[in-house]
Design a binder for this molecule. Structure first.
Ligand SMILES: *[C@@H]1O[C@H](CO)[C@@H](O)[C@H](O)[C@H]1NC(C)=O
Ligand SMILES: *[C@@H]1O[C@H](CO)[C@@H](O)[C@H](O)[C@H]1NC(C)=O
Ligand SMILES: *[C@@H]1O[C@H](CO)[C@@H](O)[C@H](O)[C@H]1NC(C)=O
Length: 277
């Protein structure tokens, strides 16, 4: 089994607003990518001038100038990148809520020969205990010295990890009863949570992707690949959908929920077009 799968955070404490998580499970909220290669880039520039020369030499032929600050040229210690040593590499982080389809999305990304997304590498405490263990982990990752089932050949051009916003994992209860009286305020809270998160990433290059985008819009995955600067191709995944019945069959008190949301700005949550069929 994949060592970094979602399941490994099972047993974490129940969050105060379970309903929030259930809502997320049902509607699938968002995934945003942040390219935070600033951290690693800063370090690289401080290395000796010989290496900087080599990097400048590498950079020239391939990239428009404004792209330079988003890429780096890793020097893995455990192998040589060979003919790809001058292929620029982008770093990314997938920031996501639980149960929002990010695991599926990650398998789609990993079907690309030049993308390697390595799951929740920070779900092990020793890797996030203090800033030096975090930096050490990131250095290893962005030097392409990190090996998981997602590892590719030396021509990886986009390399990243996944970070869950709320680490407490609740596997979707098959038929939850939603707290109808607090439904609207809870949705508002979830929206605020998302807005606040995005505020933090204002100044960082990112893109926002909704689960529904991937399901309904064929171009969404092309835009992702353009964002990551890899050759665009068709992405595939072998993941199967867990919840296959229509929404009304998934929530025990669906009629109440439906009555509550009907006529509000959240009525579109009732469509569940993804689940029909
Ligand atoms: C993607 O991978 C292929 C095969 O390894 C390689 O030939 C190509 O140069 C890579 N593309 C980029 C943009 O790194
Ligand atoms: C940081 O955490 C690592 C891994 O647990 C540990 O070995 C190291 O001593 C810690 N460093 C500091 C400065 O606390
Ligand atoms: C929403 O309310 C309208 C009017 O009360 C009704 O006609 C419609 O069937 C309701 N829709 C759902 C999904 O319950």
């Amino acid at each position: 089994m994949h060592p970094y799968s979602l399941k490994s955070s099972k047993g974490a404490p129940f969050p105060p607003r379970p309903i929030l998580v259930v809502l997320i499970a049902i509607f699938g909220f968002y995934v945003c990518y942040i390219s935070f290669n600033q951290i690693t880039l800063e370090n690289r520039y401080e290395e000796n001038s010989g290496e900087v020369q080599a990097e400048i030499h590498c950079r020239k032929p391939r990239l428009p100038h404004e792209e330079l600050r988003y890429v780096h040229f890793p020097k893995p210690e455990s192998y040589s990148r060979g003919e790809c040593s001058c292929n620029p590499v982008r770093s990314f982080v997938l920031v996501s809520m639980q149960r929002s389809g990010s695991g599926w999305f990650e398998t789609l990304l990993n079907s690309h020969p030049n993308i390697s997304s390595n799951g929740e590498i920070f779900n092990r405490v020793d890797r996030r205990e203090n800033i030096s263990s975090i930096l050490q982990t990131l250095d290893k990752l962005y030097n392409l010295d990190w090996f998981t089932s997602a590892a590719k050949n030396e021509c990886t051009a986009a390399f990243g990890l996944k970070w869950m916003l709320n680490q407490a994992e609740i596997l979707a209860k098959f038929k939850p009863v939603l707290d109808v009286s607090n439904l609207i305020p809870n949705i508002r809270n979830a929206e605020k949570y998302i807005r606040d998160c995005l505020d933090h990433f204002n100044t960082i290059r990112h893109m926002i992707l909704y689960y529904e985008d991937i399901v309904r819009n064929r171009n969404a995955l092309f835009q992702v690949q353009e964002f990551l600067g890899v050759p665009v191709r068709k992405l595939v995944s072998r993941q199967v959908k867990i919840h296959t019945s229509p929404l009304p069959g998934l929530v025990r008190n669906w009629d109440d929920v439906s009555n509550k949301l009907n006529g509000t700005q959240y009525a579109h949550f009732l469509d569940g077009a993804d689940y029909v069929r």
